[in-house]
Design a binder for this molecule. Structure first.
Ligand SMILES: NC(=O)c1ccc[n+]([C@@H]2O[C@H](COP(=O)([O-])OP(=O)(O)OC[C@H]3O[C@@H](n4cnc5c(N)ncnc54)[C@H](O)[C@@H]3O)[C@@H](O)[C@H]2O)c1
Length: 495
């Protein structure tokens, strides 16, 4: 089976006799689609069609971030505790929000000569860190202090200073199915006759949190384990089919989908930090649009894929060929243990593999990228804990076909890279739910910047190039505020 996209961004699927002919077909069709789109865009540019007046006022409105924002986290493990502990440490003035675009980033406005570069958080109305209130669900009963201590990411001296706060956040009972995460099991799990019962229990948790915490708005942020690989079925195609399947305990409904359904039914936006399908399904898009609860995903782009989506665009920009990219990881945290199961690994593998094809466009550049070999491995290696090593061997070729090699050895800290992403997603999704132009769209593609496998509307291929994603995000903010888009054309400086 192979996919390709036509000039209008529609996805097509076809069965082929072997992988080679599928690939050939895909490359040919993608190349045609790009050529057709380019000529259409050229025509539009010539006639002036499709050009937006730079100062065209934006018709949308953004409500102020009044009141508290409740952050609900299914999965209170390494990433979630590093995020929550970090927010508290920053609130107490003990640390800086390094890695967070919403806290440290700026956005350039107007010409380079204007010197206008406000901080993102001053440019758009984001919730302040002091307004964040947390709750979560987990299959283990540890409070956030215990879970953070077990995760072993943060120094115990920092954790001691945050102990009263972190100990006060205890997990609610989880919706869990061992068939979807085979390597772990825990006692803190809800019971219900049907999956619909479980969804109702989650909805009651959400309402309870809203009432008892006094927050004015909510966000759900999936930081739970990676679930086993599944493909969408008829049960995921509409709200009606999904609700029937929930009532009938359909085995194709994973726990993360039950959280997503409960959140969206309560009108709460949902972000997915793992590669599971979760909200990447027609049923969730339907619910999200109907209830104006924005969604985004999948899979935080933190270490190796971050590097990949920086390097691959450079090769393409300089027309350097790629014959192979071998990526391996060793990590020893619980996430690594979960990914040691072939079902969970397959979900992660799919998410990590997609990026190169989309960035390098082998259909457009068959001599450079038509025969690349891409392999991704993840190995559970307990001595490393959360300090993952992501190692890449990249075989490229240049002028006259001469081969060269690049080695990348990223000695990273998984959750340290993920925590600022969680913070930004929480604040931007909350902005989206207060923004008239964004809240009814469903998928928030402008947040692709944060994901390995960005969600798009069905039929549209995702943008993986980190710099395109960054420009898309910042231009979205400019657009929402009625500011000029930045195209980097720059001819006006030489008039
Ligand atoms: N750099 C990163 O850390 C990174 C990058 C991309 C994606 N992710 C994804 O983020 C997720 C969290 O990573 P982590 O390192 O914190 O893992 P972790 O194992 O430390 O934490 C996951 C937690 O989820 C809990 N859980 C599992 N199923 C649940 C359910 N149905 N309901 C409630 N809780 C459930 C587990 O008990 C565990 O405490 C994983 O899916 C991981 O693949 C992490």
């Amino acid at each position: 089976m192979a996919d390709w996209w036509d000039a209008d961004g529609r996805r097509h699927r076809k069965q082929f006799s072997n992988a080679h002919s599928a690939r050939e077909h895909e490359h040919r069709e993608t190349a045609l689609a790009h050529a057709e789109r380019a000529s259409r865009e050229l025509k539009m540019a010539k006639t002036g069609g499709g050009r937006r007046h730079p100062k065209e006022p934006n018709s949308g409105t953004m409500d102020a971030a009044k009141g508290k924002l409740g952050v609900m986290i299914p999965g209170m493990g390494a990433v979630a505790t590093t995020f929550v502990a970090g927010v508290e440490a920053i609130r107490k003035g003990l640390a800086k929000p390094i890695g967070s675009l919403t806290q440290m980033g700026t956005v350039r406005l107007g010409k380079r000569t204007e010197g206008r570069s406000p901080k993102v958080k001053e440019f758009v109305p984001l919730a302040g860190l002091d307004d964040l209130v947390f709750t979560g669900w987990d299959i283990f009963e540890d409070n956030m202090y215990e879970a953070a201590s077990n995760a072993g990411v943060l120094d115990y001296r920092l954790l001691e200073q945050l102990k009263p706060f972190l100990s006060s956040i205890t997990p609610r009972a989880a919706v869990f199915d061992h068939n979807y995460v085979k390597k772990i099991d825990g006692p803190n799990v809800k019971k219900g006759k049907t999956k619909m019962d479980l969804a109702e229990q989650l909805r009651a948790d959400i309402r309870d949190f809203k009432k008892t915490s006094g927050v004015s708005r909510l966000i759900t942020m999936w930081c739970g384990s990676t679930e086993s690989y599944i493909e969408p079925t008829a049960a995921h195609q509409s709200v009606k089919a999904f609700e029937k399947a929930l009532a009938e305990n359909d085995e194709m409904i994973a726990p993360s989908m039950i959280y997503a359904y409960a959140s969206l039914m309560e009108g709460v936006p949902f972000a997915n930090g793992a590669p599971n399908l979760t909200v990447d399904l027609p049923v969730m898009l339907e619910l999200s649009r109907k209830n104006e609860a924005p969604i985004c995903g999948k899979d935080f782009k933190t270490g190796q894929t971050l590097m990949k989506t920086v390097l691959a665009p450079a090769f393409k920009a300089r027309l350097l060929g790629l014959s192979g990219w071998y990526s391996t990881n060793i990590l020893g945290n619980r996430d690594g243990e979960v990914l040691d199961d072939p079902g969970s690994f397959k979900t992660k593998e799919e998410s990590k593999l997609g990026v190169l094809e989309h960035i390098l466009q082998p259909g457009l550049y068959p001599e450079l990228y038509g025969n690349m070999f891409h392999k991704v491995r993840i190995n559970y290696y307990p001595p490393r804990g959360d300090n993952k090593e992501g190692w890449d061997n990249i075989d490229i070729f240049g002028w006259l076909g001469y081969p060269m090699q690049i080695k990348v050895d990223f000695l990273c800290r998984d959750s340290i890279l993920a925590a600022p992403i969680v913070l930004d997603l929480v604040l931007f999704l909350d902005l989206a739910q207060r923004c008239s132009e964004l809240k009814g769209l469903g998928i928030q593609e402008w947040l692709s910047f944060y994901f390995k496998s960005p969600m798009t509307v069905p039929g549209l291929y995702p943008e993986h190039d980190l710099f395109i994603q960054s420009m898309k995000l910042k231009n979205t903010l400019r657009h929402l505020k009625g500011e000029e888009m930045i195209t980097h054309l720059g001819l006006e400086y030489y008039d």
